[in-house]
Design a protein around this ligand. Structure first.
Ligand SMILES: NC(=O)c1ccc[n+]([C@@H]2O[C@H](COP(=O)([O-])OP(=O)(O)OC[C@H]3O[C@@H](n4cnc5c(N)ncnc54)[C@H](OP(=O)(O)O)[C@@H]3O)[C@@H](O)[C@H]2O)c1
Length: 215
């Protein structure tokens, strides 16, 4: 499988990729190169037209990046896979994607505790702990139920069979209006700013540029 990383584009022409060949995460700053997003998207549209894929989508796109793609796309992105959890709720992006008919897919819905890119903030959030305790659910289930109730597609990862079962057990109960309201007021902080994609010699010189100010 070939992975294309398209993180941002500040001007009309530039987005970012990694030099072809083998690479490991975290990527090396010297390997960051610009790409022409318009022609990459055209090639992806061709893949769909040829029946090589059912649908095409993007990941980590801001509203601004999506707008740029939509300005020339014949096929709009089906999905935008982005970090989303109670501590980084993506309200602006979700509204934009709703209006454009682009499905949001929530990655790191538990904050990705224990990974290279993760944070403990979600799994250690006092409010989420209180809600979980009051409902007799795990904190992870509260996060997943919350994301599900926002109408997004939820992408959680576990290698543990019991936790996989637990993560699926979120469909026959719901959060109260009061609980949802409290979660919606949690202070926001992006868990994965992706500073490794910022470089003085690369296409993006600051996090503001990388995320088009949406950070
Ligand atoms: N497009 C992108 O840029 C991007 C970036 C990051 C991630 N992703 C994708 O999103 C997927 C999920 O996100 P993620 O792995 O970053 O974060 P996540 O799903 O929020 O968190 C995964 C971590 O939570 C643990 N966990 C899972 N279920 C749990 C539960 N019920 N209770 C307690 N801990 C639990 C897992 O450990 P165990 O395995 O031990 O259960 C793992 O350490 C990834 O597999 C990846 O494919 C995409």
């Amino acid at each position: 499988m070939h992975t294309m990383i398209v993180f941002s584009q500040h001007s009309k022409k530039h987005s970012m990729s990694v030099k072809p060949g083998e690479y490991e995460l975290p990527v090396k700053k010297k390997d960051l190169v610009p790409i022409d997003l318009k022609s990459v998207w055209e090639a992806m549209e061709e893949c769909q037209a040829l029946g090589l894929t059912k649908s095409i989508g993007v990941s980590n796109f801001s509203c601004k990046k999506l707008e740029t793609i939509l300005s020339t796309a014949k096929i709009p992105p089906a999905v935008n896979q982005v970090e989303m959890n109670p501590m980084w709720q993506q309200k602006k992006l979700r509204k934009f994607c709703d209006e454009k008919g682009i499905l949001i897919e929530s990655y790191s819905p538990l904050g990705a505790k224990g990974t290279l890119w993760g944070t403990n903030r979600v799994m250690e959030c006092e409010l989420l702990k209180e809600i979980a305790q009051a409902k007799g659910k795990s904190l992870a289930q509260v996060c997943l139920r919350w994301a599900h109730e926002q109408g997004v597609c939820v992408l959680v990862k576990s290698f543990n069979k019991e936790r996989m079962k637990q993560n699926l057990d979120i469909f026959d109960w719901k959060l109260s209006a009061e609980e949802s309201c409290k979660i919606s007021q949690l202070p926001q902080c992006k868990g994965f700013p992706a500073g490794e994609f910022v470089s003085d010699d690369g296409p993006y010189k600051s996090l503001e540029e990388l995320w088009d100010g949406e950070i």
